[in-house]
Design a protein around this ligand. Structure first.
Ligand code: GLU
Length: 482
């Protein structure tokens, strides 16, 4: 196993998948695949204050929907399980005790009040407060006595008073902090449970994680984590911290703005493949001009050298552009599958989906645009007779009245309302009357749509509306023309 790359995605189950988390998962997954390694899913629920119903399912469902399958995880198990921190809760205390034995950690009995008092006193003197190692040198007997007496305690990391705590990050290089600036963080809480930080380190080691890839908000904690690795004498993983995804130069994508979660974009009518493709390119580039990648292609192309150190700015317009490309590449049947809920929403669920796909697919950037674009199909908008005027088609209200007078009775006679019949009827009249096709079709389309710009032409709209509605609209149009 020594050389096998093992990466992990270690989300805290919050109920949502932030795009930053999604990208962490993606890069972590890609790194493992690229190197023939293992991708592990671990649920970090140590610090989750409240149980969030269905939160773990959101993680499973998102990863599965994208096709990022894990090799070990809570649901499928593996050699290093369990893979949910709350199910590992008894594993941590022995490690903390091992550190205590080695003098790298110690029991601390300070109460909240005592700590507050000393903190206030330090702050009153303008000093920065960190835990003052008050309990570090308690005699062994005293410790045993107090524990036996049931006094609450925590276990703290014993950070050296001086020297450097540092590590090498693949992207950020050498990161070092002065030990004097580090607090003796709590490893085991008064309830016997590990802190998030401690559990994270123990899990990464005991699961044999070789590459830790995560958001750069952990850059500052990693030196402390490394002190723990050193204290145990464990081999450190390779660290790759990733830049945040920003809304603009100053702000991260945040849930408040409704633009931070994968789910937000699905709800906004984006395709998951497009979101994943776009997110992959936020902070990584293939080193050439390629922009479109399936997950399989990313598995081949991904490389740490293409990862960026500067924060990525999320550009919704670029995502929309990319989504439009993905929409265009769907088969009409796939398009219809995605579009159906929006047809229902728009009240056109009963209309011919083949024709709808034909006219909507080329112009749909995101699926949520559909209801607005097809609003005229459900209900004829109010419109002015001036709409019948169009220079290029050589029509005006007078010409339109003439055209409709010819079209209405001819269409009324049709028994079979299909493309051939509607087409041949309208263009047959044009030919017979010596009219340009445009002159014939413009008034018909305007009367049926009540707006100038429509997806599809007169014939498609006539077929979508059906004979009765089409004729009713044509007659109403004719009535406007006096
Ligand atoms: N559980 C952490 C989070 O959801 C991930 C920490 C890590 O990857 O080390 O942000």
């Amino acid at each position: 196993m020594a050389n096998t790359v093992r990466t992990r995605f270690a989300p805290s189950p919050t109920g949502f998948m932030h795009l930053g988390n999604l990208r962490s998962a993606l890069y972590t997954y890609l790194y493992a695949r690229k190197h023939g390694g293992k991708f592990i899913l671990r649920i970090e629920d140590t610090d989750v204050k409240r149980y969030v119903e269905g939160a773990v399912d959101v993680i499973y469902n998102t990863l599965n929907a994208i096709g990022m399958h894990w090799d070990e995880g809570p649901d499928i198990g593996g050699e290093f399980g369990p893979y949910v921190q709350s199910e590992r809760k008894d594993m941590y205390l022995p490690y903390a005790k091992q550190l205590v034995e080695a003098g790298k950690a110690y029991y601390c009995f300070c109460t909240e009040e005592e700590l507050n008092e000393r903190r206030s006193a330090a702050e009153a003197e303008g000093k920065h407060w960190k835990y003052d190692k008050h309990c570090m040198n308690l005699p062994k007997e005293e410790i045993e006595r107090r524990i036996a007496a049931g006094e609450p305690y925590v276990i703290r990391q014993n950070v050296p008073l001086s020297g450097e705590a540092g590590f090498d990050d693949v992207l950020y290089g050498h990161i070092a902090v002065d030990c004097a600036d580090l607090d003796d963080m709590i490893l085991i809480k008064a309830d016997g449970m590990p802190t998030y930080n401690f559990a994270n380190v123990i899990d990464d080691h005991t699961m044999g994680i070789t590459h830790v890839m995560r958001g750069n908000e952990y850059l500052a904690s990693t030196p402390k984590y490394n002190l723990l690795y050193e204290a145990f004498g464990w081999e450190k993983p390779t660290y790759i911290h990733m830049t945040p995804i920003m809304r603009d130069a100053q702000h991260k994508l945040s849930k408040r703005d409704g633009d931070a979660y994968f789910e937000d974009y699905l709800n906004k009518g984006y395709l998951k493949e497009a979101i994943v493709n776009y997110v992959a390119l936020l902070g990584w580039n293939p080193g050439d001009e390629r922009e479109f990648f399936t997950l399989k292609e990313l598995e081949e192309a991904f490389d740490v050298t293409g990862m960026s150190k500067s924060p990525a700015i999320f550009d919704p317009a670029k995502l929309t552009w990319m989504n439009a490309e993905y929409v265009r590449r769907l088969t009409p049947e796939q398009f219809t599958e995605y579009a159906k809920p929006y047809y229902e929403q728009a009240g056109i669920g009963h209309m011919n989906t083949e024709i709808l796909a034909k006219i909507l697919q080329p112009r749909t950037e995101i699926f949520t645009q559909i209801p607005e674009v097809v609003g005229f199909l459900r209900e004829l908008p109010e419109y002015d007779a001036e709409l019948f005027t169009n220079k290029k088609s050589k029509t005006n209200p007078e010409v339109a009245a003439h055209v409709l007078d010819l079209a209405i009775p001819a269409l009324e006679e049709l028994i079979c309302w299909d493309e051939t019949n509607v087409h041949d009827t309208l263009l047959g009249i044009a030919e017979k009357e010596g009219l340009k096709n445009g002159t014939m079709l413009w008034p018909v389309r305007i009367a049926m749509a009540g707006q100038q710009v429509t997806p599809g032409g007169a014939i498609e709209i006539a077929l979508l509306l059906g004979k009765d509605e089409a004729l009713a609209r044509l007659k109403a149009g004719r009535a406007k023309l006096g």
